[in-house]
Ligand binder design. Structure first.
Ligand code: HEM
Length: 440
């Protein structure tokens, strides 16, 4: 006998404003405090309305464990159909079961830690160069970092001499695309049908396709794209096709740059507000030498703790849609095939029974302390866990390492969610933050 899913009155969930939450990010426009209250009252699963739509909300340690342990129960293809509609039915994120396992296996070589480690010097040089280009003037950091990260992928994952204008278009495409991902269908359709966005998207996809065509015509390059194209596979696995590789090239070059940039923006803002911790961190980093990262983060415990805390307090994708692939039992509750669920995978980041003073930026908490895996949902979990986690976890310490060792910084505009291009219209949303870096 399954238990009835409780109902939580939608009017009890509060839309986030400038002043009604202790944390700077929102959860689908609502405060995390609202979701915590609902969870305390109803437990790990309840029905409500989010932005006018009926949803079943799941969250908590047990829910995370169950959701991540049995990924085949969920239809990613339905839940994140936007990737299929806007990119392709070949795109990784919206694949399920065997096709998803095949693709992850074939992409693994390009995203595993050892492959990324081999490219640390190139990645570091590009991030260093990128930061050095934005000094002495007030800049918008989020977009600047997205470009820096795309460039750093272009000297490691896909080694191509990409024109400056194309980098800007890649960033604009990602901002326009990702920032509307979870809007209502109609709003998203509006945003994606804008001619400016469509033109940029087509140009970027065409450019990626040209790279793949050249590789299929025989161009060999010592990079990760080459590695995945020419890897040896068993006869039972179909190699990556030319068309598939267009979207895999998008993963290698562009995907996730906004999430990494967002985490660093919020992190830097916290460092500006925590001078005592920042002074200790700057001391630890000293004259930052990227070679020492080849042995992992053991030389940088405070830097590691800083990043873990930024990941916890400012998860870039805190809540994600899920759809049961079949009727299923979920921790004792019945879920109908096709029902709309929202997984608050980062709810526990803000639960005081796990993280003391959860709304405070306290990097110290990560030193000599381990938290349950299910209480850290920043990169998701299970077989769909973020493919780029290792990339982000290399780019973030390199960015902070160079930034704090080479420059003093002032935050001139704190991070805020804004419209991407059209201030008074329904538009993709992104984070904007201004800083000034001054060479030490
Ligand atoms: C701090 C930075 C990042 C954060 C917080 C983040 C977060 C996430 C989250 C929460 C998921 C969903 C996992 C799930 O469905 O359970 C995800 C998936 C994914 N991420 Fe990231 N991400 C980041 C950076 C990146 C980067 C740099 C890449 C570059 C490739 C990337 C590529 C992907 C892909 C391809 C997936 C889908 C994986 C699959 O469905 O198998 N992400 N990410």
């Amino acid at each position: 006998m399954s238990i009835t899913i409780p109902y939580y009155a939608p009017n009890l969930l509060k839309k986030r404003t400038e002043s009604n939450s202790q944390v700077a990010i929102d959860f689908r426009g609502y405060t995390i405090e609202s979701f915590l209250n609902a969870h305390r009252e109803c437990g790990p699963i309840y029905r409500t309305k989010i932005n006018g739509l009926e949803e079943i909300i799941i969250g908590g340690l047990e829910a995370n464990d169950e959701a991540w342990r049995r990924p085949d129960q969920w239809s990613y293809s339905n839940a994140v159909k936007v990737f299929r509609e806007e990119l392709s039915d070949l795109h990784l994120t919206q694949l399920d079961r065997e096709p998803h396992r095949r693709k992850r296996r074939l992409l693994n070589k390009a995203f595993k830690t050892s492959s990324i480690m081999e490219n640390i010097p190139q990645i570091a040089e590009e991030i260093h160069r990128g930061l050095d280009e934005i000094v002495e003037t007030e800049i918008e950091l989020h977009e600047a970092l997205m470009e820096i990260y795309t460039r750093s992928q272009s000297v490691s994952s896909i080694k191509e001499k990409i024109p400056d204008q194309m980098f800007k278009k890649m960033v604009a495409f990602e901002e326009g695309f990702l920032g509307a991902l979870f809007f209502k269908d109609e709003e998203r359709a509006n945003i994606y049908s804008r001619s400016g966005y469509k033109e940029i998207k087509n140009e970027v996809i065409r450019y990626l396709h040209e790279i793949i065509i050249r590789r299929f015509e025989g161009r060999r390059v010592d990079d990760l794209l080459d590695t995945i194209i020419h890897q040896r596979t068993s006869n039972t696995i179909k190699p990556l096709s030319e068309e598939e590789l267009i979207y895999d090239a998008y993963l290698l070059l562009i995907a996730g740059t906004g999430n990494t940039a967002k985490t660093i923006c919020y992190c830097l803002n916290e460092l500006a507000n925590n001078p005592k911790w920042t002074a200790q961190l700057v001391k630890e980093i000293g004259d930052f030498k990227v070679d020492s990262l080849l042995r992992g983060m053991t030389n940088y415990p405070l830097l590691k703790a800083t990043i873990m805390e930024a990941e916890r307090l400012f998860p870039a994708a805190p809540i994600l849609p899920r759809v049961p692939a079949e009727d299923m039992d979920f921790i004792g509750y019945h879920l109908n095939k096709g029902s709309h669920c929202l997984h608050v995978l980062t709810l526990m980041h803000f639960d005081e029974s796990i993280y003391e003073d959860p709304f405070e930026f306290i990097p110290e908490r990560w030193i000599d302390h381990k938290y349950p895996k299910q209480a850290h949902g920043t990169f998701g979990g299970g077989s769909h866990i973020c493919l780029g986690m290792n990339v982000a976890r290399i780019q973030m310490p390199i960015t902070l390492g160079f930034l704090l060792s080479n420059y003093n910084f002032t935050v001139t505009k704190t991070p805020k969610k804004e419209n991407f291009k059209f201030p008074n219209e329904v538009d993709s949303s992104t984070v904007r933050m201004n800083v000034r870096l001054i060479r030490k």
